[in-house]
Design a protein around this ligand. Sequence first.
Ligand SMILES: [Cu+2]
Length: 174
Amino acid sequence: MNLKKASLSTAAVVLATPLLFALMPAGTANAHGYVSSPPSRQAQCAAGVVECGQIQWEPHSVEGPKGLTNCHGGNTRFAELNDDSKGWQVTPVGRTVDFTWTLTAQHATSTWEYFIGGTRIASFDDGGARPPATVTHRVDLGGYSGQQKILAVWNVADTANAFYACIDVNVGAA
Ligand SMILES: [Cu+2]
């Protein structure tokens, strides 16, 4: 074996390893985010408030293509997040609500969006910035009252994907 060639490829492996990790999509276990307050459906699963399947171990993993309008991001193994009759805790809130995301990976962000019944009620543009580990948005729910299901969406800037969370609230009850 040619010695020079061997040491070159060793160098290449040493250089490539950290690069590989940096380029690996954060698609596994602990790398994303979800709405932790008011407690989203997956947060309630994780806290054991509601009995759930796999989502209880990875509330931050509700990732799917951008533009979806469901609670489970199109992941069949998290389909129970769409079940409105599952006994989700409804949080009493005022006309203005602070939504807090817990991010286990700070992906570059395009926008954060909030929807009620298919209508976008708020949007926050981060212009591709990397968010801190905790992000809070103040959303005005003034046009709504009573029990509402809010869909919160985190649109990642450098992938085609978004993260989804549904939060059940009772507007005007707090
Ligand atoms: Cu991630």
